[in-house]
Design a binder for this molecule. Sequence first.
Ligand code: G6P
Length: 367
Amino acid sequence: AQIDKGNHRHFMLKEIYEQPIVVAQTLRSYLRPLDGQVALPIPDFDFADIRRVTVVACGTSYYAGMVAKYWFERFARLPVEIDVASEYRYRDPVMEEGGLALFISQSGETADTLAALRHARAGGQKIAVVVNVPTSTMAREADLLLPTHAGPEIGVASTKAFTCQLAVLAALAANLARARGKLDPRQEREIVRHLEEAPAAINAALAYDEAIAVVAGQIAGARDVLYLGRGPDYPLALEGALKLKEISYIHAEGYAAGEMKHGPIALIDDHVPVIVLAPSGPLFEKTMSNMQEVQARGGKVVLISDYDGIQAAGEDCLATITMPKVHPLIAPIVYAIPVQLLAYHVAVLKGTDVDQPRNLAKSVTVE
Ligand code: G6P
């Protein structure tokens, strides 16, 4: 079928808006909601002997992998290491028996990731891939193929592939946990139920598009922007900063909220907007105290949280963006929407080429 932008001004915006559908479509092949079970498309793969997971990817796919590290450790109690593909291969990684090497890639062709895959294969690791292009080289070379069903992604900056990767990785985390005896049927049902809620929650997040466009107007003039998050939302801060720099060319950094005091706090003044990603949950209070450290130094905070979080801490912020209240498991999937939309609207205001930002390529096939 011909791929066009429909009624949208850019492919990126169209792809952002497709997320409720493509995440639901992806989850459909990983969940059996009626049974309250996770069911991977490769049922006979044996996870019981996996002793360690190594996640390798580039760019936005790497940040999806960072979120997965939190999930694999928390649910499956598996040790996880993660690296960008261009570093992994050259640092002489230790590959032990029982290692599962997991590669995440929208295209399935990124040269660094593919080279890392072959390196892990030579080291005797089991190879799993999460890819969006089922005919790609990585898909062909995998022992365990875990497809995302995001459909073709045209915008150079990845959006819908990312949230679909997260959906697959959450299902994989639950599957690993069950195979290792770390998940009882009741807990599995809970996970399935929360994942099932993701598409509607994404929809609810998209409803704030116009409000986010207004916030974009408040940060479009900045020279530097800082993003902060904790736990599984820390990779979302990194992803937010990446999106902003990719398409708006504003310098942005993502930081673990608690690490800010060890460096970036020196940058804070009233010219540096600080985007704080803080869904209510176990890490909320800690993130708020980091946010207050910013505010005490004149920093201008944009707080992205749910109604309760904004009621509790939104008062002295430059702006707030309200998200639906979701279980912490799916927060990274839902909070991807405001960071994508914020970057998008800033780029539109700056008049950059949103779908084809300068110097970037959709698929990087050189090392
Ligand atoms: C390029 C794209 C990014 C993407 C990265 C990894 O840099 O511009 O959007 O995240 O490659 O691509 P992959 O296809 O391996 O996910």
